[in-house]
Each structure stands twice: as C-alpha cells, then as structure tokens.
Design a protein around this ligand. Structure first.
Ligand code: GDP
Length: 302
C-alpha cells in the first residue's frame, strides 16, 4: 500500500531546499526569518495578511527556498525522535556580541547527528559589542572552521535588524542546495511529514504538511500518523488555496479525521478504504506500544 520503492534516477528532478534556522535564544532567529521573508515580498503582498502555516517560501534569483518557521531545535528533536528528517540544511544564528552559547552547541550537535549541512550567520554585526573574530574562534573550538580561516564552513555576517547580508546568506543557501543535488520524484503518490497540527474550531483538524516526494492533490486519500482522511483543501504558505503540492512544498491540509503529531509521516494511498486500513493498523500498533510501555512502567514500580 505504501510505496517504499526506491525512486529511479531518471524519475528524479531538482527540488527546492528546505531550511531551518537554529541558534541560542535571543540571538535573532525570529528576526532573521522576518528579514528573509521580507526580501522578496511584492508590493501587492506587503500590506496583505499572510496566513501563518508554519513554513515560508522565498524566491532567490528565481529559485524557491523553503523555510520552516518552527524553531530548528524542535524540528530536529521531536521530528527526529520519530525518525523524520525534514530539513536539508540549517542556518546557525550566532549573535556577534554574545558568541557561542549552550543552545548554539546543542544546535551544532543536532545538525551533526542529522548529517545536515550548516551555514553560520553571525548576526547583530551592527551592535557596538560585535566581535566576529571571537565567534569564529569559538566556532573553531567546536570543530567548525570557517572558510576565511581555511576551513569549509560557510559563514555570513548579517544584521537581521538592519537587513544587511541577507541576500548573501540566501545565495549561500542556494550554493549549498546546489552542492547537495536535492532531488525528488514528483510523479508518484505523495509522501511527506507533518510539520505542525492543531484542531481548528471551524475547520477541524488542520495539519501543515511538507511534501517530500510525489505530488499531493486535493481529493487524495491520505494517512497522517494514526489519522486518516481525504484532502479536502490545501492552503499554501501565501494563504492561497491550491490543488496540487509538489516536492518541497509546505501546505496546510484539511480533511483529516483527527489531529496528527508533528513528525508524523504522511502518505497518499490508493483509496479511502486503504487510508482507513493503514490508519487502523497504525492505531493498533500505537496501542500495543502504549500497553508495552505501561507494563514496563508497572514492573519498574515494584
Ligand atoms: P530569537 O530568540 O533567536 O528568535 O531572537 P529574536 O529574533 O527574538 O531577537 C532577540 C532580540 O535581538 C530582539 O530584541 C531583536 O530585536 C534583537 N536583534 C535581532 N537581530 C538583531 C540585529 O541584527 N541587530 C540588533 N542590534 N539587534 C537584533
């Protein structure tokens, strides 16, 4: 039922990179994402309300780049705990006036463990206390040698506040994407991962799904974790309704029976019946897991 077949090389086509922003609290992750989003907002969109769906798309030199809004740490920990890998690369934000902090090191370790390439953005270079060399030294101490010190770690000085260096940073994202040769097969039933999900009063269960392979279409029967259903509507990162979502597209989907969890795998299946069967099977497996862990717990109690 679920397509586990390896894609053939000739079926693969280039797909946009999916990027997360990580870093210590207050080093400027949110500000940087904001600055990135504003790089190519057209004047007609500028005043409009853009719906938050947990991911944003920006165009860089005519190429699409997808940014996940969920803090990178969460994307890595909760998703990876469930075996999901959603990002192709991480931007590590380090404040130039503060340097490497505990969550910076944590972020480096997440990226290493996931084998995801890292681009360092030294942020807040506008601040009087900014010291880029100190940051580079501290990075070196963590085993990350930046390019201008003879290493291979790409490092871009930026100011999210003053929107400086953002274009260069985005060009580096494209460069890394190019090197990674990111590809997917759009011509099969969709597979993807739940980025976030919640129960919406009016619309029922709503899940933001990153399509990673194949093409998701309105009307497709799907399974998301233990939830099943049929895609009733899809909304893209610009808040527009769309009928299809190709690889590396994040869409909000409506039509699930219940709220799935972030990191849950999403698959389009051949029929409604298949969707129900797969979901039931997964529910049964989840119950058995729960039972087992309950037994373990009660044994440990004595
Ligand atoms: P986050 O916790 O990593 O998401 O950090 P925020 O984006 O919320 O930024 C934390 C604080 O640093 C805020 O007060 C921002 O205005 C400020 N900040 C972020 N980027 C810059 C920058 O480039 N320059 C300066 N001077 N302040 C910045």
């Amino acid at each position: 039922l679920i397509d586990k077949e390896e894609d053939k090389e000739e079926d693969l086509v280039k797909r946009p990179p999916v990027v997360t922003v990580m870093g210590h609290v207050d080093h400027g992750k949110t500000s940087l994402l904001d600055a990135i989003r504003k790089t190519n907002v057209t004047s007609s969109e500028a005043g409009g309300i853009t719906q938050h769906i947990g991911a944003s798309e920006v165009m860089v030199n005519g190429e699409k780049v997808v940014f996940l809004d969920t803090p990178g740490h969460e994307a890595f920990t909760s998703m990876r705990a469930r075996g999901a890998q959603v990002t192709d690369m991480a931007i590590l934000v380090v404040a130039a006036d503060d340097g490497i902090m505990p969550q910076t090191i944590e972020a480096i370790n997440h990226a290493k463990a996931a084998n995801v390439p890292l681009i360092v953005a030294i942020n807040k270079i506008d601040k009087p206390g900014a010291n880029q060399d100190r940051v580079k030294q501290e990075l070196a101490d963590q085993g990350l040698l930046v390019e201008d010190w003879g290493g291979d770690v790409i490092c871009v000085p930026v100011s999210a506040l003053k929107r400086e260096g953002i274009d260069t940073l985005l060009e580096m994202v494209l460069l890394v994407a190019e090197m990674e040769e990111l590809k997917a097969n759009p011509n099969k039933r969709a597979v993807g991962t739940v980025i976030e999900a919640q129960l919406d009063k009016g619309r029922g269960p709503v899940a933001t799904v990153l399509v990673q392979g194949g093409t998701l279409r309105v009307g497709d029967p799907i399974v998301a974790g233990v939830a099943s259903g049929k895609v009733r509507a899809m909304i893209n990162s610009k808040g527009k309704r769309v009928k299809v979502a190709e690889p590396s597209t994040a869409v909000e989907i409506l039509g699930l029976s219940e709220v799935p969890q972030g990191g849950d795998q999403v698959v389009a299946v051949p029929s409604d019946k298949a969707a129900r069967l797969v979901a039931e099977k997964r529910q049964q497996m989840a119950r058995e897991e729960m039972l087992k862990s309950n037994q373990r717990m009660s044994l440990d109690d004595f």
